[in-house]
Write a protein that binds this ligand. Sequence first.
Ligand SMILES: [Zn+2]
Ligand SMILES: [Zn+2]
Length: 282
Amino acid sequence: MLFGAHCSTAGGPHKALEKATAIGADILQVFVKNNFQWFGKPPTPQALAMYANALAARNVHCVFGHTGYLINLAAHASPNRDRSIKSLIQEIEFAEALGLPFLVMHPGAHLGLGEAAGLKQAAAGLDEVFAVTKQSSVRIALENTAGQGSCLGHRMAHLAAIYDKVRKPERLGVCLDTAHLFAAGYDIRTPNGWNAAIREVTSLVGLKQILAFHLNDSKTDLGSRVDRHAHIGKGKIGLEGFRVIVNDARFRKHPGCLETPKGDDLKEDVMNLKVLRGLVRR
Ligand SMILES: [Zn+2]
Ligand SMILES: [Zn+2]
């Protein structure tokens, strides 16, 4: 697995590449605009040029995006769902400008609509987005979730249902978050548990659909359905769980991205990357 972390683009997208290099990351995840706002300004030609220069100068293998936190396609029709669709279209345009291969997105919360209807809404929303952005090669990597409240995506069957319903499943992918898997009840602390989870993804959507991993330990218990990320080895999954994950030969070239708590000096990222790399068998 190629290791890295979510990096801030404050000051321009090239700043995220600088941070990634500073912490020794091979891959990184970014937000393509403010993650707590519906809309943003597209990157300027100057910002894109600085980003391209930084990318060429640094040894980063893969940069991908994560969508903003307001976007929710799975709820009933409402002004917020309309804004979610427009916001996602804008994010795909920004991701395209930056040359990102995919954006990680949560399937959304059904907010009382029920699971089946929520998944239908999510797929219908993606259909609208993919129709407007049909020239784009940017994919949406559906992320599994912890399943808090009415959030969909805590069962692999939810992701599979979206694949089955969308008109262009080739625009989709999957991002597996380890803390979310564990909180959702997938016991990935052992080789058997990890393999069972991957087998489920393989049988429902296909192994090739997995585009990335989020490597987070979990502060909360197995099946708690509560999403709290812990430093690698300091949570309930533990080091032995991550040893299995990072040595899985099927994912040798896959990005494994930290989303663990950190301060401005990023020393926690450095520490977590060291822990992850220390688990890899040579
Ligand atoms: Zn996420
Ligand atoms: Zn995640």
